[in-house]
Design a protein around this ligand. Sequence first.
Ligand code: C5P
Length: 253
Amino acid sequence: EMNLKYVSSGKAKDIYENSSETLLFEFTDRVTAFDGKKKSDYNEKGEITCKIAEYWFNIMENNNIPTHYIECPTSTSMIVKRLDIIPVEVIWRNYVAGSFLRRYEAGEIKLPEGVGTEEGSPIHGGMIEFTTKFEAVDRPINTDEIISNGWLSEKEITYITDLTQRINDIMSQELAASGIILADFKVEYGRKPDGEIILADEVGTPDGCRFWKKDEFDEGAIISLDKDVFRKSIGDLTVAYRELFNKLQKNNK
Ligand code: C5P
């Protein structure tokens, strides 16, 4: 039972006002895919996702990535700094998958020079993409549109690109030690009242990343420990999320 003022709901989180300067995220058991067309609930998904987000926020702070994270007062909730959210979703891709492959197959985009055309083809050096956040369907946008909409300056786009690459390097390295490949991920940023841009939303959770088992990948099979288990209906989401978290923890004991 919560006495806090309700603010809004995301796909998997409910957001409450915790103080004038902070919000409380409640991680629920909800999961949605395909712009909300596919929906379900998985017991204990909220708790495991909150733990994974807490795990990565601590690692980010230890690596000097500025974030909105403050603390987790319960096993399913997180207190964060209130920000002015930048209405852009930032995607980093190390491998071809998901909407990137779909857009290629639909003839909407070309792949970068030398990149293969199958799920799992590596994108050497990685690449960044931006999509809209507050439209019904996530729409890829280019940096010119971001700048002309007044969402970010050219300098800020460079800053965010650098931060996102650093986040990729930190996560990829941690995950590699646990035998997991980081195929891609999404992050969001926001502005503090003093104007500083910091990492918002959540980072490193299987709701917003693609994680593939390395041994199996090297044998030619993609085994997902992320929301693709739900998107593709290939298993129990909570079981996959727990396996991911166990692998991460084992490596850090
Ligand atoms: O679907 P797509 O290939 O564009 O997704 C790239 C990455 O961003 C995936 O890890 C996906 O889970 C994440 N994503 C997200 N929220 C969205 C869209 C994508 O977390 N609205």
